[in-house]
Structures are given as C-alpha cells and as structure tokens.
Design a protein. Structure first.
Length: 383
C-alpha cells in the first residue's frame, strides 16, 4: 500500500509541477526536479529513499537514455565525432583543474583535491536529453555533439576515477589499469558487433511472434541486456542503453519501438528518476559551508560551460551553437552522485563535505535546463 501511495504522489506531483514550469516558460523537467526536493526529506518528507524507489529510478534513467539513442541521428553522430571528442576532453580538463584548485584553496590534501576534480569532471545528460526532446531539437548537430561528448566523457571519467581509486583510495583493492582499459574495449567491440549483426535479426524474428507486443518486449530485452553487460564491464548502464537505442534506430522498427516504449518510460519510471534527484538534498549542517557550496557550484557551471564552448568553437561551431553545446554539458546528475558516494566509501571525499558536494551537484542539475533552453532558443531565432 505504501508503494502505491508513493506512485500516486510522484505521478500527480511531477505532472502538475511540470505543467506549472511550462506555464512559466521553463522546461517541464525543472518543475519535476523541484518537486522532488519539496516532497523529499529536505522539506516535507513525504517521500523517502528505498530499495524499490531506487530500482524504479534506475529503470527510468536507463529508459530515458534508450529513447535518446532511438532519436539520435547516427549519420550526424559519425559526422560530428571530432567536436564530440573536443567538447568532452576540454569539458573534463577545465572542470578538473578548477575543482582541484577549489580543494587546494580549502586546504584539502592531494587525494581529496584530485577526487573533487574527478567528481566535477563528470557529465550527465539525462536531464539535458529531456529538455532537448521537449524543444524538438534532438536531431540537430548541436544535440548530436552533446550526446557524443557525453559518451566520451563517461569513458574518460570512469577511467580517471579508476586511476585515482587505485592509487589514492583507502581500503580499495588495487585496480589493474590494463584490465580496466581492456574491459572498455571489449564492451564497445561486442556492443558494435551485436548492434550491427544480431539486433536486426533478433527484432525481425521477435516481430513475427503472435504474443502481445513482441517487438516492444524484444526492444526492452536489448535495452536492459546492453545496460547489464556494460555494468559488468565497469561502464555506466546509461551508455549501454544509449547505444542499444542507437543501433535499433538503424532498423526499420525504430518508429514502432519508440512509440511503444516512450509511454512506458514517461508515464511511470522516468518521474521516479526526477524525484530521486531531489531526495539526495539535505540542508542540515550546510549553513557553515555556504561559501564552499557557492564557489563549488559556480566553478562547476562556468568551467563545464566554457570547456564545452571552447571545444565546440575550436571545431567550427559559431558562438551561439558553442554556448548551447557547453550548456548541455553542465548537469552532473546521477553520474556525479554515484562518484560522490564512491568517494565517501573509499575515503576520497571527506564525510563533512559530502552533503555540500551533493547539493552542488543537484544545483548544477537544476540550473542547467533554463540555461540550455535559453541558448537553444537563440539558435532557433538566428536561423
């Protein structure tokens, strides 16, 4: 009964606040993120974290990235690989150096400063994808560059995190760097081979089944199998589901899969993901660290925006497009939250600063949608 009540509360509140945000000419996702804070432990305490809640949230973000893959133009992704790599690399270097500087300024030791740099180098485009879909700009070269950069960013940051944990973490087993890189190579090779040769055949066979919605079920099997395989090899599950969607988008079943999976994702699971972001917020003890919180948040936003902007400008985008791409990389989202938790467990993030860092991550996620919407509007009006 408690779960059913939670489901009702989340579905009603996210839709109402999403609509309110639209009325205020803001992305609907902004309202959905804010309501997570309001009904969570930080304010009203109506919804609390639980294992079931987290599973719903995890499924939501996996499906969100699967739909992003379905809507991504693969040809444009191939054409824009250079700017994607440039945006990702500069979008890691600048935040890493800036956050490391913040840690040093607050007298963090070397390990804690390095980890802070890694944490704020991460990018999560789950929220960005939702905004891009709302604005119907998923097929633009700017959006494609953002999604490509997010894939590269994830690979580099996860690898960097493994290096830091292996050399600086407390109570962690030594990590074999060659083995880590080998796993990444295996993942992408297998994902590519299966995507090109197996997925089209699998969907063709499944589509002939006489049971209910066989194609939708087949697509979800592929989606979750890619996520499971990715996580087995140390990749973020969202990268796996994005690639699964991307490969299915190259088949003749793309439209049918998209139209059948979208209602499943956005009517139930994705709202849990939005609310889960707000559940991480707690204002207890933060008042004594306001300066650190403000500096962290400003540095996180500016460094990522400028890093993405610079990468885009160096690869041929104009000023407005470069700002749009940079703004699409601002949100740290669930990727940084996962890294923060890992840092807490391995002694690389001081417990006293954990809550403040998490709030800073959440703030980047809340601030990113309006900035993103602003710059994509400028692109539309300049066309």
């Amino acid at each position: 009964m408690e779960l059913l009540g939670t489901i009702i509360l989340i579905l009603v509140s996210t839709k109402l606040f999403g609509q309110l945000a639209i009325r205020l000419e803001q992305p609907a996702v902004l309202g959905k993120l804010l309501i997570g804070i309001i009904i969570g432990p930080a304010v009203l305490g109506w919804v609390n974290d639980s294992a079931v809640f987290q599973e719903f949230s995890n499924i939501g973000v996996l499906l969100l990235m699967f739909l992003a893959g379905l809507e991504t133009d693969a040809e444009q992704l191939k054409e824009n690989w250079k700017p994607s790599v440039a945006v990702a690399v500069l979008g890691i270097i600048l935040p890493f150096v800036s956050a490391f500087g913040v840690g040093s300024f607050y007298h963090f030791d070397l390990a804690h400063s390095v980890f802070l740099g890694v944490l704020f180098s991460a990018t999560s485009v789950s929220i960005t994808v939702r905004v891009l879909k709302e604005m119907s700009v998923m097929k633009t070269k700017e959006s494609t560059t953002i999604l490509g950069a997010a894939v590269v960013d994830d690979i580099l940051v996860v690898t960097l995190l493994a290096f830091v944990m292996s050399f600086m973490g407390e109570g962690t087993a030594s990590v074999s760097i060659p083995m880590l890189l080998l796993k990444k190579v295996i993942f992408f090779v297998v994902a590519f081979v299966v995507g090109v040769y197996v997925i089209p055949l699998f969907l063709r066979v499944v589509s002939k089944f006489k049971v209910t919605v066989p194609l939708t079920t087949g697509a979800l099997i592929i989606c979750f199998a890619y996520a499971y395989f990715g996580e087995m090899l140390g990749m973020a599950g969202i990268i796996g589901t994005f690639l699964a969607g991307l490969f299915i988008s190259q088949t003749k079943y793309k439209e049918e899969v998209e139209h059948s999976v979208d209602p499943i994702a956005n009517s139930l699971f994705v709202p849990f993901f939005y609310v889960s972001v707000g559940l991480s917020i707690s204002f207890v003890g933060v008042s004594s660290q306001i300066g650190f919180l403000v500096i962290c948040t400003v540095v996180a936003i500016v460094s990522k925006l400028f890093g993405g902007f610079l990468g885009a400008r160096l690869t041929g985008f104009d000023k407005n497009s470069s700002l749009a791409i940079g703004s699409g990389m601002i949100s740290r989202g669930e990727v940084a939250l996962i890294i923060a938790t890992t840092g807490l467990n391995t002694g690389l993030l001081a417990k006293d600063y954990y809550t403040t860092v998490v709030i800073s991550v959440i703030l980047t996620t809340l601030i990113a949608p309006p900035i993103l919407k602003k710059y994509f509007r400028k692109i539309k009006t300049s066309i």
